[in-house]
Write a protein that binds this ligand. Sequence first.
Ligand code: AKB
Length: 316
Amino acid sequence: MKKILVTGALGQIGSELVMKLREIYGDSNVVATDIRKLENNPVVDSGPFEILDVTDPLLMADIAKTYEVDTIIHLAALLSATAENKPLMAWDLNMGGLINALEVAREQKCQFFTPSSIGAFGPTTPKDNTPQDTIQRPTTMYGVNKVSGELLCDYYYHKFGVDTRGVRFPGLISYVTPPGGGTTDYAVEIYYEAIKKGSYTSYIAAGTYMDMMYMPDALNAIITLMEANASRLKHRNAFNITAMSFEPEEIAASIRKHIPDFKLDYQVDPARQAIADSWPNSIDPTAAKEEWGFHAEYDLDKMTEDMLKKLQEKLT
Ligand code: AKB
């Protein structure tokens, strides 16, 4: 049985991943940590929870030792738009947190997962069906952090034998915990506003394609990769994965199948648009499929149906 430490456990991925991991591995075997504690929160209430600022290496090591963890899932990070506004803070948190977590994994001999992103690609990367191994010269601080993180995880694998694994996540869509400070957040906000107001003003321009994935597929991907037989993995950090690629008009059309009067207009935010324009239109997940059996259940329409149903229940 695994004993797992999760950082950033109250964030968009963590708040659902912790609950799923506790279902699989047992409540007491998943230690959730975050920089803040929330009252009446299922992650805090259903198993061990510790306050942890990931830039504090001693406290992280202490928690890992106390609970005798054998797996670290390191999620705490600033997303792309926030990182662009606060580049030094992003470097300190995204890189400082990662190296601290890798050091704990090395010392405690833990298996290790941290997500990379489509943000690890840049304007000189092939834009369509972006290959697994290709040019990575991102022009955002977030992208610089993600490429450096991929390289650092590979370094810890080759140099110290730490079992590091990772995926390049596309934009993640969920009805549970909203993302904060990402470029792809519009694809979550649009569903909330469709239910609340029947309309949405997009900060991303029509015609801008980005990869996306529904949260249940993202959670399955993390668990499947962490359980995969190491001998099958030719890559480690990090695998391209995606479930769909769409632009704002296409998600609006999918919403109109359920809310026919839904209106979409635009007030483009130049900063986030520039980030989106530097990312691929669609990435190729073949290596993930071949090496550990990645697959996604949800396409755009299946996700839209579930998002609108779940948000309807949540918001009304
Ligand atoms: C963001 O938009 O910053 C994230 C990502 C794609 O990494 N959702």
